[in-house]
Design a protein around this ligand. Structure first.
Ligand code: HPA
Ligand code: ZN
Length: 326
């Protein structure tokens, strides 16, 4: 069968998806109506037309505005359920989902409302389809470390509902080391650690994410190739990169998909994976990312197999479950 068919049908894990970034314009409008929240856009089409991003910050402004319609536990369930159905259709067997509690708690939504709604959808997917999922709580790096500590404190009663922490939002000017102490505390708590680094920010942020935060994976990380020693280190230590090609295109990290460095990353021996990041905003879920990237780059069947394998290798599944997929 064709390579396109192979990449679509192969079992895969998704490791870089912000659940708030899966909120489709149609659901934003439905929730705005249900919750009597006013929107600055007259229609779904008008909102979609605003999705013309020039960089990370221009996206984040609209992404946080979109999330303002999320108020109840059912809202968080509905958003997550819609994503899980799309992921299932793309043959995603396992997903590790980011959520941004501070985006909601700063609007007066309780932490429990957020995590209970998202987690209920994960339980439902496991019960109905045998699909596995886990949550990674992200700290917003444009806010203070003190704010991150307060969020961790709120999260501790729900420690059994998430497996790790990450770092997202505006990268430039907010280096990993800003969160050194809160990540050290999370490590003591036995949480998995990841961070966005080297998306817009320099390779030095990838290094401090590893050395200061002690993360196990780098989210994005595509700028690592600017530093040959760092690239060798990532390969040697098998530090996975959760790459998001359509995100890089839409946020103008690259001008065209054929300029993406995914093949160079794989050729350098890195554990690179393909992920959707914010699929409702960047024009595609997992298989859209796979198909468009395979169309744009000279990737072959062996690369498809490597990417699928990398996605499970890089996951936080327990060793025996992981082994079954490798
Ligand atoms: N980068 C940083 N913060 C984010 C992203 C991203 O790609 N998506 C959602 N929050
Ligand atoms: Zn991201």
């Amino acid at each position: 069968s064709t390579l396109r068919n192979i990449v679509q049908k192969m079992p895969k894990a998704e490791l870089h998806i912000h659940i708030e970034g899966s909120l489709e314009p149609e659901l934003i409008f439905a929730l705005a109506e249900r919750n009597l929240v006013a929107l600055n856009y007259a229609s779904v089409d008008e909102l979609r037309r605003a999705y013309a991003f020039t960089d990370l910050q221009s996206f984040l402004d609209i992404y946080y505005a979109g999330a303002s319609v999320l108020l109840t536990e059912q809202d968080f369930f509905d958003m997550t359920w819609a994503y899980l159905q799309r992921a299932k259709a793309d043959h995603v067997l396992h997903t590790e989902i980011f959520f941004d509690p501070q985006t909601h708690t700063t609007r007066g939504v309780a932490f429990s409302t957020v995590i209970d709604g998202i987690h209920r959808a994960l339980r439902e997917a496991r019960a109905r389809w045998g699909m596995s999922g886990a949550l990674i709580m992200c700290f917003l790096r444009h806010l203070s470390e003190e704010d991150a500590f307060a969020t961790l404190e709120q999260a501790l009663p729900y420690r059994d509902k998430f497996i790790g922490v990450g770092l997202d939002s505006s990268e430039r000017g907010n280096p990993p080391e800003k969160f050194a102490r809160v990540f050290a505390r999370c490590k003591e708590l036995g949480l998995h650690l990841v961070a966005h680094a080297g998306e817009e920010g320099p390779p030095a942020y990838i290094e401090t994410a590893l050395d200061v935060l002690q993360v196990e994976r780098i989210d994005h990380g595509v700028r690592c190739l600017e530093d040959a020693a760092l690239t060798r280190r990532l390969a040697r230590d098998k530090i996975p990169l959760t790459v998001c090609p359509l995100s890089n295109l839409k946020l103008r990290v690259i001008d065209k998909l054929s300029d993406h460095n995914l093949l160079q990353l794989l050729d350098a021996g890195l554990v690179a994976t393909i992920n959707s990041d914010d699929p409702a905003y960047f024009g595609g879920y997992m298989n859209d990312n796979f198909v468009q990237t395979f169309e744009a780059l000279p990737l072959q069947r062996k690369h498809a197999q490597q990417l699928a394998r990398n996605s499970f290798f890089a996951s936080f599944l327990d060793a025996s479950t992981k082994q079954k997929y490798l």
